[in-house]
Design a protein around this ligand. Structure first.
Ligand SMILES: N[C@@H](CCC(=O)N[C@@H](CS)C(=O)NCC(=O)O)C(=O)O
Length: 251
């Protein structure tokens, strides 16, 4: 039996989503975050020394890293063609976006999260304004502009077909979709990035995504003092709008 160790509001959502897309049977072991530090509780360290999610156990093997877990599940169980053939041009795109998500996009998001937390951290009164000024200037001069260049590029790329590789949904859309979801949830995706918004709406309407959301619970973390942005909605044909599931109020 496949066992997924899932941490609330974390990347392990990707794996639940993929398992739902593949319609595999699996079990979820749930782990919680510490209410103040938001770090994973020690139960996850008992499964793997790094104490990070996702962790997948299958066939006596324990695997970490969402990209590696996705490749493993596709190698072994892909019955839906969620990865383009290795010799195809689409595969190059697939491979690029699978790496880009954790190699380039999530680090930008993490940096902005850490710095925003730092800007709001409790520091002695005399140092407060200096810390805030320094952190905000790093955010404004480097972190946010760098992230925006990436997001603009992604928006242009998504303008081609609406998906990250070729004209079909693939596992790269899961890997990238979660990262964009997190950034959107933190209000970091500008309103004019309509292709990203349409992409987020398209994934949200997938039945497997909706099932995964029901199983995963809270999807993303919000910043201190900020409410999460609601899930994006673009204009839909009337009959689709009538059948779509409303946004989960816990997000
Ligand atoms: N690159 C890794 C990142 C894993 C990771 O940082 N997971 C976060 C959740 S999104 C985590 O477990 N954080 C808990 C902690 O650091 O205490 C992956 O894609 O699996």
């Amino acid at each position: 039996m496949i066992t997924l160790h899932h941490l609330e509001a974390s990347r392990s959502f990707r794996i639940i989503w993929l398992l739902e897309e593949l319609e595999l049977s699996y079990q979820i072991e749930r782990h919680e975050r510490h209410p103040e530090t938001m770090r994973a509780q020690s139960s996850l360290k008992a499964i793997h020394p790094l104490g990070k999610a996702p962790v997948l156990c299958d066939n006596g093997f324990t695997l970490i890293e969402s990209g590696a877990i996705i490749e493993y599940l596709l190698n072994r169980y892909d019955n839906r063609g969620l990865r383009p053939p290795v010799c195809s041009e689409d595969y190059l795109r697939y491979s690029q976006w699978m790496h880009f998500a954790e190699g380039s996009l999530m680090p930008s998001g993490l940096l902005s999260l850490v710095l925003s937390k730092m800007a709001n951290a409790r520091v002695p009164f005399f140092a407060r304004s200096i810390v805030k000024k320094t952190v905000n200037s790093t955010l404004d001069s480097f972190v946010i502009p760098d992230l925006n260049v990436k997001l603009d590029y992604l928006d242009t790329e998504l303008g081609n077909t609406g998906w990250f590789c070729g004209s079909h949904f693939s596992a790269a859309d899961i890997q990238m979709g979660f990262a964009l979801q997190v950034l959107h949830g933190r209000g970091l995706v500008a309103d004019n990035l309509l292709n990203i918004k349409a992409f987020l709406e398209a994934i949200r309407l997938r039945p497997a995504y909706q099932r995964a959301k029901e199983k995963a619970g809270l999807l993303t973390l919000s910043l201190p003092g900020k409410n999460e942005s609601p899930e994006p909605t673009v204009a839909q044909p009337a009959e689709e709008a009538a059948t779509s599931v409303p946004a989960d109020e816990t997000r």
